[in-house]
Design a protein around this ligand. Sequence first.
Ligand code: SF4
Ligand code: SF4
Length: 436
Amino acid sequence: MPSPFFAFAASLPSPSFLPPHHRRSLRTIKTLVESTAGSRPTSALPPPIESLHRGNWVKLICGASFEDAVDVRNLSLVYTLAGVDCIDCAADASVVNAVNEGIDAAMSIAAVQRPWVMISVNDDKEDLHFRKAEFDPGDCPLDCARPCEVVCPANAISLERVTVGNELAGNANASGKLQVGVITERCYGCGRCFSICPYDKIRAITYVRDPSTTSKLLKRNDVDAIEIHTSGRCTDLFNELWNRLGDSIDHVKLVAVSMPDVGESTVAVMKMIYSIMESHLQCYNLWQLDGRPMSGDIGGGATREAIAFAVHLASTLDKPCGFYQLAGGTNSHTINHLKKVGLFQTTAISGHSSDISGAAQSTGFKEALIGGIAYGGYARKIVGRVLRKMPTQHGHPKIEDHPDHFLEALQEALTLVGPVKCYSMPFVLPKQMTSV
Ligand code: SF4
Ligand code: SF4
C-alpha cells in the first residue's frame, strides 16, 4: 500500500502542457514543499517576525555585491520553496527584480509563505561585502597556472587564451594573450583571489551604494527590508546615511544593521546606532551579528566567530532593542554549534494562535534570544553547484525547466533550512521519487 505521502503526490493535478516526467517532478516538488516548508497557520504577526520571535528565522543572503540575475532568480526560487523568511540581495533594481521573479515562480509551484525581500547597503568602504576584484587579463603571463580561476567560489573569473598574430601558421612573431578576466556581476568580493595571484595583478575596487538609489528601491512595493552594513568603529557615517535615507525608511517593515564584533565597545556602538535610528524607526529592527564574512563555504570551523559573537551578546544584560541573527561563516555546522551553547531555542510550529505570547504559552517556548541564522556563501555553494550543471545552450536557464536539477537543488536547500525550521518531513527524497 502506498504511503500517504506517495498517495498525495499521485493525486495532485498536473499542468497538461508539460512533458509527463516534468509534471511528475513538479508534483513531487509541490508535495515535498507543502509537507515541509508549506504555509502554516501562524499568529497575527507577519510570518518572518514570528520566526524571529521563535528563533527559527532563516535568511538567504544572495550577496550584497552578487548581481548575476539568473543565479539570483534561481536561488530565490529554490530557497523560497525551502521556506526561508527573507532573501537579502544587492541594492540594485535588476537584482531586486530577479529575486521577486524567483519568489513568484516558487509561489506558482507550491503554497509557500512569501519571504521578505531585503536590500543590503553600506555606510562606508570598510565592509568587505562591498568590493569587486579587478585585473587586466592582458597583463597576465601566459604561463601562469591561473590559481585565481580555481580559488574563486563564484566562478567569477574566466580566462580565455586568444591568438595575436598568425600563431597557427607557425609564425615566429605570433603570440597569445588572455582575455575576459573578472565577470563583474558574479564577483561578490570574497577576496580569495587577491592573495593567491603570484604576480600581484588583482586589485580590490570598493564602493558605497548610492543613498538616493537606495531610497527609490525602498519605496518599491516588492522591497520589505533594508540592511545597513557598518564597521562598528565610527557611527558618524551611519548617522549620515540614515539621515540621507530619510522618509524612505518608513516604507520598510524591518531595518537590519550588520556589524562585526568589535570587542568591548560592541554593545556601546550598537546602542549609539540604535539611538540614531530610534526617533525615526517605525518598524522592527534586527542586529546581524557578522562573524567571519563570506567564509561559510570554507569549512565547519568558519562558523565559530558568529557563534562567539552570539555568546558575547547573550552574556550581556543590557542589550540594545531588536532581534539578533547570526551571519558570516554560517553553514550546516552552525545549528549544532548554536545548540551546544544553548542558544537555539526554537520549537516546531504547531497550531494556531492569535498572538506571539499566546503561541509561546501554548508551545512552551520563551522568546528566543537569537532570532535565527542567515546563510550566504554556503547556501549559494550547495545550490550553485547544481545550477552549474544545468545546460546553458538555450540562453538563461530556469531551474524549474530542468526537473532533475530542480529536485536536487531543493533537496540541498531543505537540508540547510530544515534543521532550523524543525521540519518534521525527511528532506532526503526516496530514490523512486527522484528517478523521474
Ligand atoms: S573576490 Fe572572490 S568572488 Fe571575486 S573574483 Fe576574487 S575570488 Fe572570485
Ligand atoms: S593568478 Fe594572477 S597572473 Fe595568473 S591569471 Fe590570475 S590574475 Fe593573472
